[in-house]
Design a protein. Structure first.
Length: 72
Protein backbone atom coordinates (compact mmCIF):
# COMPACT_ATOMS: atom_id res chain seq x y z
CA UNK A 1 0.00 0.00 0.00
CA UNK A 2 1.20 3.49 -0.83
CA UNK A 3 0.92 6.44 1.53
CA UNK A 4 -1.38 8.19 -0.97
CA UNK A 5 -3.77 5.21 -0.85
CA UNK A 6 -3.67 5.16 2.95
CA UNK A 7 -4.52 8.85 3.20
CA UNK A 8 -7.85 8.46 1.40
CA UNK A 9 -9.08 5.66 3.68
CA UNK A 10 -11.65 6.27 6.39
CA UNK A 11 -10.60 6.33 10.04
CA UNK A 12 -11.85 2.76 10.56
CA UNK A 13 -10.11 1.48 7.42
CA UNK A 14 -6.83 3.12 8.48
CA UNK A 15 -6.96 1.39 11.85
CA UNK A 16 -7.70 -1.92 10.13
CA UNK A 17 -4.65 -1.54 7.85
CA UNK A 18 -2.45 -0.63 10.83
CA UNK A 19 -3.75 -3.64 12.76
CA UNK A 20 -3.20 -6.05 9.86
CA UNK A 21 0.09 -4.86 8.39
CA UNK A 22 1.61 -2.32 10.77
CA UNK A 23 4.59 -3.06 12.96
CA UNK A 24 4.86 -1.12 16.22
CA UNK A 25 8.16 0.77 16.20
CA UNK A 26 7.90 2.95 19.31
CA UNK A 27 5.48 4.25 21.93
CA UNK A 28 5.99 7.47 23.86
CA UNK A 29 3.99 9.14 26.59
CA UNK A 30 4.23 12.93 26.49
CA UNK A 31 2.19 14.93 28.98
CA UNK A 32 -1.24 13.29 28.82
CA UNK A 33 -0.82 11.80 25.35
CA UNK A 34 0.28 8.39 24.14
CA UNK A 35 2.04 8.48 20.77
CA UNK A 36 2.52 5.20 18.93
CA UNK A 37 4.54 4.91 15.73
CA UNK A 38 3.82 2.06 13.31
CA UNK A 39 5.65 1.12 10.14
CA UNK A 40 3.20 0.23 7.36
CA UNK A 41 4.96 -1.01 4.20
CA UNK A 42 7.27 1.90 3.23
CA UNK A 43 5.77 4.68 5.39
CA UNK A 44 5.01 5.37 9.04
CA UNK A 45 1.81 6.18 10.92
CA UNK A 46 1.63 8.00 14.22
CA UNK A 47 -1.42 7.39 16.41
CA UNK A 48 -2.10 9.98 19.09
CA UNK A 49 -4.58 9.64 21.92
CA UNK A 50 -5.13 10.95 25.41
CA UNK A 51 -3.99 8.39 27.95
CA UNK A 52 -7.49 8.06 29.44
CA UNK A 53 -9.32 7.80 26.08
CA UNK A 54 -9.84 4.80 23.83
CA UNK A 55 -10.15 6.56 20.46
CA UNK A 56 -7.26 8.15 18.60
CA UNK A 57 -7.22 11.91 18.22
CA UNK A 58 -5.02 11.78 15.14
CA UNK A 59 -3.81 9.20 12.66
CA UNK A 60 -0.89 10.84 10.86
CA UNK A 61 0.90 9.15 7.95
CA UNK A 62 4.41 10.31 7.03
CA UNK A 63 7.55 9.28 5.21
CA UNK A 64 10.78 8.53 7.09
CA UNK A 65 12.20 11.95 6.21
CA UNK A 66 9.22 13.64 7.92
CA UNK A 67 9.49 11.73 11.22
CA UNK A 68 10.05 13.86 14.33
CA UNK A 69 13.51 13.49 15.87
CA UNK A 70 12.06 11.59 18.84
CA UNK A 71 11.40 8.65 16.51
CA UNK A 72 14.70 8.60 14.63
Amino acid sequence: MLISEFLILSYTEKLKVINQTGKLERTLVVNQYQLSLYKVTDFYVELKREVHEFTFETVLAMNYEDLPLAYK
